[in-house]
Ligand binder design. Structure first.
Ligand SMILES: [Zn+2]
Ligand SMILES: [Zn+2]
Length: 857
């Protein structure tokens, strides 16, 4: 067996990435009757390139998927991308703009062609990147939200919801983005705190000279569209004015004074202006009081003809002019600075304009009821569980979902409007004539659906619905969803609602919500801060496996993940350690490793299998519970501190049973495979074992706990050996002895452990470079001595090396240690929080410090 000197992941990672795909080992089969584990990917935007957040998500998914595949489950990770309506449209529109073309001039069809051409060219960037990073998806089942099959599912869902009365078209106040020229949902609206002003404006009461009502507003230009002022029924100050009218300044319009809770007696003057066409709360109040809606701002954020002399002005210009004019006529009482939360478009950062428009809506309340129920009764489990609260808060306060978007890229709404009788026809296929009047003058609705409408169907549309496919029967409901908290509402909640409605069954059994990847200072990564880690750069630098490992080590449920260069570097060192261990093994081990060892195994072999058993048991549990950090730490500790630091060293001493070493190593590679797939495949393929085995480590068995391997007696025995070697090494370091020089010493012990220690005299001599004499008696006072509960180890060091100054320093250090430990043990806060294990360790250390101190003195 041969292995190169240097660990160079770049040499083999691309090879295995492609080989896994070519050999079809990630392909699932619906004919396979084994237990199912299925998961659909949160589809990345087709415009996307892989960022570190994807890499975290995909690594967590991949660990779980590889784990289940190795457990022998019928495992499916279904990949795909989202057409991402607004994001993609903007990318292509920007490209056209660079060519000097306004996409609107191009027309809808030509524009759509351009987007498809763009998709064909760069739409699979993210797929290539995912393959390179080892994502074990079944690419034969790759889906795109605009695939014909998925588009059919979208139309089917739309028509069924419409027929059930759960989709309607209505006048509604939407958040309108004047830049993107589309309605955007509440969720796409970002609220930013800005310093604004509160303008106090006087409206004269008609028929009562000298009497005024003062309203306060942050948007004085909207007063042009006021159709009432409101006072509160409980507010004595104004009750006599109920039924009267005020004269709207600048517009000279008479508007009523109404009683409504919109006016809060405790806020401002207690009087509010009512502008039903430009504010959501006023819109509702307008409906209650049957007020006219006067639109004074249009979809381009310009003033309309209804704004009289201000018509044609931009909304912010109009604001200046209105304020100036109010001041001129003496209607402006005062202006005060005011902190406000301004709704802006997440994409273009433009302040949104609340506008009334005709849009399509999904009536969500009836869908939400079921979606709340399945989470409450545990059919869908959130991990960490505290996300249920966030989910419920939203579901209980859910508003109708505006699903129409004024875009060209997406699923066009399957509705046709009759040019003659104005009938609207909703249908699966384009109708030729109007069912009401027979006219052929039918035009399809120009809007497309919100992107989340199609991704809400993702868990079943990707499996072939509305056809009753074998995939659907086999893989739905999916087992798990792993995603970020930022799309809990956009996506997760919609999938639960639509899955329950159309499949009569939840879309997934568990939802694991992962954290954010942060930098060394725990800062969010952002382009503006310049602290973004590009996965393609760091995987090139450290190897994919090392970056995966670095991410996993921080991936504890419910926490954000800190990713630093140091962590990636040390993960690379870890990979390198395993590489070197393999090299060492391959050079020493016999040509073939027997499947079963004959006769009694050497003690170090029984020990490593016992440790392997513990690691396997804990790793199975950790991955099952999505405690990725724990799994990563377990395999790290096993390989580095047990396999390399102790086992291989002991093996060098004993020099026998190499086939056991190879077998333990092979088992450990399988344990590590989900975390570091490339390194483990590379080494596993080079291992020559007798007997049949699968063609890839990815198809081999994940190590399971094995009672026969569990050997507490052997662990205790080797524990004694480790203690003595560690004591001797510490003593050597403390006494600043030449690390290469051999010393003699005496081990004093009055228990049966002495015989055990004596059995390992050779190993101790090799590992600690100390030749020991063993005495079953109490230790005399000595200079170079270390002790634990059972042993006193005395090193026989030359007089010259006994230094009173250093001994004094040691005494001081020990006194400091004792004080520290005692302080901790006397601290009630610490004691109430620290795990019992930690407290035990401190107690043991304290006892150890005290004995050492006594001996030194
Ligand atoms: Zn916008
Ligand atoms: Zn008609």
């Amino acid at each position: 067996m041969q292995i190169e000197k240097v660990y160079e992941p770049g040499r083999f990672e691309p090879h295995w990435a492609q080989w896994w795909i070519d050999s079809g080992i990630f392909a699932a089969s619906s004919a396979d009757t084994r237990r199912v584990f299925s998961l659909v990917i949160p589809p990345p935007n087709v415009t996307g390139v892989l960022h570190i957040g994807h890499m975290l998500e995909h690594t967590e998914i991949d660990v779980t998927i590889r784990f289940h595949r190795m457990l022998g489950d019928n495992t499916l990770w279904l990949p795909g991308t989202d057409h991402a309506g607004i994001a993609t449209q903007m990318v292509v529109a920007r490209q056209l703009a660079e060519e000097g073309i306004n996409y609107r001039d191009l027309g809808r069809e030509k524009f759509e062609e351009r987007v498809w051409a763009w998709k064909a060219q760069s739409g699979d960037t993210i797929k290539r990147q995912m393959i390179r990073l080892g994502a074990s998806c079944d690419w034969s089942r790759e889906r795109f939200t605009l695939d014909p099959g998925l588009s059919r599912a979208v139309r089917e869902v739309f028509v069924r919801l419409y027929e059930k009365g759960l989709i309607y078209r209505g006048e509604y106040m939407v958040n309108w983005c004047p830049d993107c020229q589309t309605a955007i949902s509440d969720l796409e609206t970002a609220h930013v705190d800005v310093q604004g002003s509160l303008w106090h404006i006087q409206y004269p009461v008609n028929g009562m000279p000298g009497r005024f009502l003062t309203v306060a507003t942050t948007r004085p230009e909207t007063m042009l569209g006021d159709t009432a002022v409101a006072i509160n029924a409980k507010d004595d100050r104004y009750l006599d004015l109920h039924g009267k009218t005020v004269q709207l300044p600048l517009m000279d319009r008479e508007i009523p004074i109404i009683l409504d809770d919109l006016a809060d007696p405790k806020f401002g003057t207690g009087v509010v202006k009512v502008t039903p066409a430009h504010d959501i709360n006023d819109f509702e109040a307008g409906k209650r009081h049957n007020l006219p809606k006067i639109q004074v701002i249009n979809e381009h954020a310009k003033m309309t003809a209804a704004a009289g002399p201000y018509a044609g002005l931009d909304r912010f210009e109009a604001r200046k002019r209105v304020v100036a004019d109010l001041e001129k006529i003496g209607a402006l009482v005062k202006v005060e600075p005011y902190q406000l939360s301004l709704g802006t478009c997440q994409r273009s950062k433009t302040p949104v304009e609340p506008l009334i428009s005709t849009q399509w809506f999904v009536k969500t309340k009836p869908l939400a009821e079921k979606a709340i129920e399945v989470v409450e009764n545990g059919q869908v489990e959130f991990i960490p569980a505290n996300w249920v609260k966030t989910y419920n808060e939203w579901m209980y306060n859910i508003r109708d979902w505006c699903i129409s978007r004024q875009l060209w890229w997406g699923h066009r709404i399957p509705a046709w409007h009759c040019g003659e009788c104005k009938e609207t026809v909703v249908a699966r296929e384009a109708p030729t004539t109007c069912p009401r009047c027979g006219s052929e003058n039918l035009k399809q609705d120009t809007d497309v659906l919100d992107t989340w409408f199609s991704s809400g169907l993702w868990p079943f549309s990707t499996l072939g619905w509305p056809d009753q496919t074998e995939d659907l029967a086999r893989y739905y409901p999916t087992s798990l969803l792993i995603t970020g908290f930022d799309i809990l509402f956009f996506w997760v909640a919609r999938m639960v609602m639509l899955g329950c409605e159309f499949m009569g069954e939840v879309p997934f059994r568990q939802v694991y919500i992962h954290g954010l990847v942060r930098d060394a200072d725990r800062q969010k990564m952002s382009k503006t801060k310049g602290n973004v880690v590009d996965p393609l750069v760091v995987t090139e630098k450290y190897g994919t496996d090392a970056v995966r490992m670095a991410l996993l080590q921080g991936a504890a449920p419910g926490t954000d993940i800190v990713l630093t260069e140091e962590r990636m570097e040390s993960s690379r060192a870890f990979a390198n350690k395993i590489w070197n261990a393999a090299r060492f093994l391959f050079m020493n081990a016999p040509e073939t490793a027997a499947d079963q060892p004959d006769g009694e195994m050497p003690v170090e072999d029984r020990w490593i299998f016992s440790r392997l058993n513990a690691a396997a048991e804990a790793s199975n549990r950790a991955i099952e519970q999505y405690r990725y950090h724990e799994y990563a730490q377990l395999v790290w500790h096993f390989f580095w501190h047990e396999f390399c630091d102790w086992y291989l060293e002991l093996k060098k001493v004993s020099g026998v049973g190499w086939e056991n070493a190879v077998r333990a190593f092979e088992t450990a590679l399988r344990l590590l495979h989900p975390a570091m797939p490339f390194l483990t495949e590379e080494l596993w393929q080079r291992l020559e074992t007798t007997g049949a085995r699968p063609k890839s480590i990815a198809l081999s068995r994940f190590p399971q706990p094995n009672a026969e391997w569990n050997q507490p007696g052997v662990e205790a025995e080797l524990g004694i050996l480790q203690d003595i070697v560690t004591m001797a090494r510490t003593l050597r370091t403390e006494s600043k002895l030449d690390p290469k020089q051999q010393f003699a010493g005496v081990l004093y012990c009055r228990t049966a452990s002495l015989a055990i220690a004596e059995r390992h005299a050779v190993a101790i001599q090799k590992l600690a470079r100390v030749t020991l004499e063993f005495k079953a008696e109490a230790a005399p006072k000595a200079v170079a001595m270390r002790s634990n509960a059972e042993f006193d180890l005395v090193l026989d060091i030359p007089k010259a090396q006994d230094d009173p100054v250093r001994r004094q320093k040691e005494i001081e250090q020990l006194e400091k240690n004792i004080a520290n430990s005692e302080r901790q043990l006397n601290d009630p806060v610490f004691m109430s929080k620290a795990p019992a294990k930690v407290i035990d360790t401190i107690r043991a250390k304290l006892a150890d410090y005290k004995t050492q101190l006594e001996k030194l003195k």
